[in-house]
Design a protein around this ligand. Structure first.
Ligand SMILES: *Cc1c(COP(=O)(O)O)cnc(C)c1O
Length: 389
């Protein structure tokens, strides 16, 4: 009996893409797809963006990897630019989102250790959260389907119902060192945290000497029409994990922190071989060249508003198929009345890609470079897929 050569942890769709251009992907049979998944909110500048290709290939001809035993000038540049654009004073580069979360958790625990309070290692998280797939991240996410069979849950995470201020107050003890939240739950079903709840969390953290950690791995890098989603609420975290969009398709993440929050992360306390390698830095800097232009975020807001209006009309047109529209900017979700997996398959047959999420939602996460014409094309395909049901 043969076992799959690829460990069968994914229920993959039977399609492989050979190339892409802007908001489109092309498969092995030459079929064209409108890509409203963007590799799970990763390809913020779409596929084969000339500026990213130039940055990566230019760097590829110079040096690929040196390790973090030496200075990496691209890290210094990218860190400075992220710091100038955010609350942060310091940055640690990783290869993925979950490594950025791990760095965030470790930074928070070391902060209290450095303060002489190592017992404050506990972190409160929220039901429906997704923070990645390492042992610590599945404990933080708290979802049974990801924890089952993987041995004892990593100690130190207390989960409360989404948006429940009273449960949050009750969960906080003298051992609580931090609160961790996604400003909009992505995989949990596109659930935005009300801005006043984020402000309430900031206040609790200030009062109780806790650190506020935002997971902006999916919501960051312009996805919601601000560089980071928490800007809509007018609060800043002490620590933030980012990834996905910052690499534009190249594996890259980062943990950002204030100088105070990062004070425990001294020489030798953390490390990575690949994180922040010159190829990733070249691409990350090239992504920021585009995303940090003032007109870029205005563009995301304008197209996001248009998309919201358009997609909302689907609910009126197909009330048996669509129930609700959620999200912000170009991070939109349609809650379905039919199984989301079935709808996604039908949509793909009509030449459009979207992504499932929890709570029977389909996520629409297009490249941020789309314009109104792509939204109209998406409307046609969503309508056609709905009409066929
Ligand atoms: C994708 C994601 C992660 C995990 O990132 P990986 O790069 O897959 O490790 C963590 N948190 C959120 C909110 C995400 O969307």
């Amino acid at each position: 009996m043969s076992f799959p050569h690829l460990l069968p942890t994914y229920a993959r769709a039977d399609v492989a893409f050979t190339h892409g251009e802007g908001a489109y992907l092309f498969d092995e049979d030459g079929r064209k797809y409108l890509d409203f998944g963007a590799g799970v909110a990763v390809n913020v500048l779409g596929h084969a963006h000339p500026h990213l290709i130039a940055a990566l290939t230019e760097q590829a001809g110079k040096i690929w990897h040196t390790s973090n035993l030496y200075r990496v000038p691209g890290q210094e540049t990218l860190a400075r630019r992220l710091i100038e654009a955010t609350f942060a004073d310091t940055v640690f580069f990783t290869n993925s989102g979950v490594e950025a979360i791990e760095a965030a958790i470790k930074t928070a625990r070391r902060y209290h250790f450095a303060n002489g309070a190592p017992e404050r290692f506990r972190i409160v998280t929220f039901e429906g959260a997704f923070h990645g797939r390492t042992l610590a991240a599945i404990a933080a996410g708290g979802q049974k389907k990801y924890l089952e069979g993987f041995g004892p849950k990593v100690e130190g995470f207390d989960q409360v119902p989404f948006g429940d201020a009273r449960a949050l107050a009750e969960a906080i003890t003298d051992a609580t060192g931090a609160l961790l939240i996604e400003p909009i739950q992505g995989e949990g079903g596109l659930r935005p945290v009300p801005p006043e709840f984020l402000r309430h969390m900031r206040q609790l953290c200030d009062e109780r000497g806790m650190l506020l950690i935002f997971d902006e791995i999916q919501t960051g890098i312009g996805r919601t029409g601000k560089l980071f989603a928490h800007e809509w609420a007018g609060v800043t975290p002490d620590i933030m994990a980012i990834a996905k969009g910052i690499g534009g398709g190249f594996p890259l993440g980062a943990c950002l922190a204030t100088a105070d929050a990062a004070k425990g992360m001294t020489t030798g306390t953390h490390g990575t071989t690949f994180g922040g390698n010159p190829l990733a830095m070249a691409v990350g800097n090239a992504v920021l060249d585009v995303v940090l232009k003032p007109e870029f975020l205005e563009h995301v807001q304008r197209v996001g508003n248009y998309a919201r209006q358009q997609f909302a009309s689907l609910i009126a047109d197909y009330p048996d198929v669509f129930e609700d529209l959620r999200g912000e900017g170009l991070m939109l979700g349609l809650k379905m009345r039919v199984p989301n997996t079935e709808f996604i398959d039908g949509l793909r047959a009509h030449g459009m890609l979207a992504i499932t999420a929890g709570d029977n939602v389909i996520r629409l996460l297009p490249p941020l470079i789309i314009d109104e014409s792509h939204v109209r094309e998406a409307m046609e395909k969503l309508s056609a897929a709905a009409a066929q049901l």
